[in-house]
Design a protein around this ligand. Structure first.
Ligand SMILES: C[S@@+](CC[C@H](N)C(=O)[O-])C[C@H]1O[C@@H](n2cnc3c(N)ncnc32)[C@H](O)[C@@H]1O
Length: 295
């Protein structure tokens, strides 16, 4: 069995996405099938259901299967706490940008009845229940949007090389432009609104006060990466991406597909079908998905 824990805000989306499943709680589903949902914060593999006679029994069962455990508690909170308190304590320091990802496996468990726990020593993330915490820069970046690129570059290895030419569409106030500049790329930063003044002053940033949808690929010329964090309807972003793909002037794309109201599943399917591409819901994504296309 595999268990899928939804992001708190996106339970409905995970429920919609998962097939052949049973709800264990409002947030946790189990299924015999290995699926790749976008809206799971944490996936628990080879889940065991274990009968326990006491708190000590649960501790023993968990310790026998792994060292570090994160608890998801939806009932029997105090009893779950008593178990968790007796398990080895872990202290994961906040992750630094491009820093080392913890390499120890992180287990996950939950108490489903007073005398029954669900346990998985192997989960999809080395972070407890998939929660990624960066050691944030609270001074320079003008918005918290930079955390999406920090996560992408640190955890997935997707990252333009130094000297790349990157287009950043919908760049204001400049969090993404700042990250791209910091890793040594040349950034063409486009928005109808101005960049934060301290970002605009940095070297290797060319700011264009333009509507990204009016900009033609030929106005910009060849680029290594197109980044977009524009707030717009998904079909509009798809049109823009198709125009750039057809131009042959850009091969790599990282775009946030944002939803207003309901998730636009039909457009997500169209993005998904673009060759060499994938969709991820980053821990730092809100009601949006990151589409990555690399050649
Ligand atoms: C979520 S913010 C981007 C945040 C940015 N990535 C950062 O790290 O600071 C979305 C931006 O899209 C811009 N935007 C919306 N429509 C646009 C358009 N047609 N052309 C250019 N920018 C647009 C908005 O002005 C807004 O600054």
């Amino acid at each position: 069995m595999i268990a899928y824990l939804a992001f708190n805000e996106f339970i409905k989306d995970l429920d919609f996405e998962l097939k052949n499943k049973k709800a264990i709680s409002d947030r946790l589903f189990i299924s015999p099938d290995r699926q790749k949902p976008l809206w799971a914060q944490s996936i628990w593999y080879d889940v065991e259901e274990i009968e326990i006679a006491s708190v000590g029994d649960a501790v023993k069962a968990l310790k026998a299967r792994g060292k570090w455990w994160a608890s998801y508690s939806f009932v029997h909170h105090r009893r779950s706490e008593l178990v968790q308190e007796q398990l080895p304590k872990f202290k994961i320091p906040p992750l630094s940008f491009l820093g080392k990802i913890p390499d120890q496996p992180m287990g996950a468990w939950t108490m489903i009845e007073k005398n029954k726990i669900l346990v998985a020593a192997n989960t999809s993330s080395p972070f407890p229940l998939g929660k990624i915490q960066f050691s944030e820069d609270k001074v320079t970046p003008p918005s918290r949007a930079y955390l999406k690129l920090w996560e992408l570059f640190t955890l997935t290895g997707v990252k333009p090389i130094t000297g790349s030419r990157c287009l950043d569409l919908g760049s204001c106030p400049g969090g993404w432009t700042w990250v791209l500049q910091q890793i040594g790329t040349h950034v063409i930063s486009v928005d109808k609104a101005p960049l934060d003044t301290k970002i605009a002053k940095l070297p290797n940033i060319e700011y264009l006060k333009k509507d990204a949808f009016q900009l033609k690929p030929s106005d910009i010329g060849p680029i290594d990466y197109l980044f977009s964090d524009i707030i717009c309807y998904p079909p509009r972003l798809l049109e823009l991406v198709e125009e750039w793909r057809a131009s042959g002037l850009c091969k790599n794309f990282v775009c946030t597909i944002k939803f207003q109201g309901e998730t636009d599943w039909a457009t997500l399917e169209k993005f998904k079908k673009i060759p060499n591409s994938r969709l991820v819901h980053l821990y730092h994504n809100k009601h949006e998905v990151t589409w990555i296309c690399l050649q």
